[in-house]
Design a protein around this ligand. Structure first.
Ligand SMILES: Cc1ncc(COP(=O)(O)O)c(C=O)c1O
Length: 441
């Protein structure tokens, strides 16, 4: 059924624009109502397949899944909040104990907060206290959150930082290994990893003494920056740089982790271990949760400096635990499903790249895939309007998509979506791309 935009939808949007201080929404007309199976419905009963997982949260399916929902309901009927940072409770503790079993054995300390940005704030504060160094290192295109500490290491859009420059902490940056648009105009692998060389020769020589850098923050796959998968060597080199200069390596797994890129930790795809991992989004099973996991040998987070009223909330912890248990019990089935569906989507998208001029690049890992739109394949001029039109056309054909980067669409259906629905979504996506491609002059 084609999507109908009713008066009720328009009214909600009008009221929202009048009342809500700000959001990051673009021109979407989707007004959420409910989820059933692989579908989400809006308040006018329009039915959609969600290829956004509501921004990488519903990894285990729309509206979580039955087990997670039951855990939420059962905990809600007992006690919703136990002030976990001030009194003991078993549910968040059980979750933390359960969570560390998914990490290499040297990772034994867990801090619970409410969001990705808080998880990164904790990693930032902790690393600075650990080695008492003033600087952080991060990448252009990185998104680590919008609170002041995390914003200091975020550099995906200058808009995020406007007017706030004086509040931000000292950070040095370098280009990420964005091979499709290599800032050095080279090609991998003949480039000899010029981007790594640059880091060593410029920011970490001319700008700061590397011994003054406390932690190197990296997304194993850059998310908001454009779903960029770096060469394996790049991430390995980040480990080497951190080791050489005594920096901590922080893996921001908030978007790429929690099975999205095929493994529980996205970093494992690169055979690298970080010193600190941050997670959020999917880990709360649809409820707000941020997690910072540190190596036991780094010592404890000092008391009083890391806390919060809602961190370790009982309902959130119950949902997170149920979600994690589901992953643990269905690990092999999930892994093979992600590999099969990821490969299928990549194959379809590669075919589209070969057929349609506006599809410049497709890249991804597991079920974390990006499509980069260009005006033409030679100049690679970003096709922002065309990307937006693809999203809009797909929307009217009942498929939800989200943008990222400059002209990229992220393809991130729930990991549990059925093969039939993945195919259906890809058909809608291809029809939208074909239509927009045919409108080129
Ligand atoms: C890699 C990454 N880190 C951090 C964040 C911030 O998470 P939150 O929005 O929960 O604060 C995001 C959110 O998109 C993200 O993708």
């Amino acid at each position: 059924m084609p999507v109908k935009i009713t008066k009720r939808i328009r009214d909600v949007i009008k009221r929202d624009k009048k009342r809500m201080a700000t959001t990051t929404r673009g021109e979407t007309l989707f007004v959420a109502d409910r989820g059933e199976g692989d579908y989400v419905y809006d308040i006018a009963n329009n039915k959609f397949l969600d290829f956004s997982s509501f921004i990488s949260v519903y990894n285990l399916g729309v509206n979580a899944n039955n087990e997670v929902r039951s855990a939420i309901i059962s905990q809600t009927s007992k006690l919703t909040h136990g002030a976990f940072n001030d009194f003991y409770s078993e549910v968040p503790l059980e979750f933390a104990e359960n969570l560390v079993t998914m990490f290499p054995k040297e990772f034994g300390r867990v801090f619970l907060s409410n969001s990705g940005t808080e998880a990164n704030e904790a990693a930032l504060k902790f690393s600075k206290m650990y080695n008492d160094r003033p600087y952080s290192f991060s990448f252009y295109g990185a998104f680590h959150g919008r609170t002041i500490g995390s914003l200091s290491i975020t550099a995906s859009k200058s808009r995020h930082r406007e007017h706030l420059g004086s509040m931000l902490g000292p950070t040095v940056r370098a280009p990420y290994a964005y091979c499709y648009r290599c800032p050095f105009k080279l090609e991998y692998p003949s480039c000899g990893m010029a981007c790594v060389d640059y880091i060593k020769k410029y920011p970490l020589t001319k700008e700061v003494n590397p011994k003054e850098v406390s932690a190197l923050f990296v997304e194993p796959i850059q998310g908001e920056g454009g779903y960029i998968v770096p060469p394996k060597e790049f991430i390995k080199e980040m480990r080497n740089i951190a080791d050489e200069h005594g920096m901590l390596l922080v893996s921001d797994e908030i978007q790429a982790g929690y099975m999205r890129a095929g493994k529980f930790l996205a970093m494992d795809n690169f055979d690298v271990k970080a010193d600190i991992y941050t997670m959020a989004k999917g880990i709360g099973g649809g409820l707000p949760l941020g997690v910072t996991v540190t190596k036991t040998s780094l010592g404890d987070l000092p008391p009083g400096i890391f806390s919060g009223t809602m961190g370790g909330n009982l309902v959130v912890a119950a949902a997170a635990n149920a979600s994690l248990n589901y992953i643990k019990r269905h690990q092999s089935e999930l892994k093979s499903g992600i590999s099969r569906k990821g490969k299928y989507m990549m194959k379809r998208l590669e075919h589209m790249r070969d057929r349609y001029e506006i599809v410049g690049d497709v890249r991804g890992m597991g079920m974390m895939i990006g499509i980069e739109f260009v005006k033409d394949k030679k100049t690679k001029e970003p096709a922002v309007k065309e990307r937006d039109m693809v999203i809009e056309n797909a929307f009217y054909d009942n498929l939800l998509l989200l943008p990222c980067g400059v002209s990229v669409i992220r393809v991130i259906p729930p990991l549990t979506m059925s093969d039939e629905h993945i195919e259906e979504g890809m058909n809608i996506l291809e029809a939208a791309i074909k239509k927009v491609n045919s409108m080129r002059k």
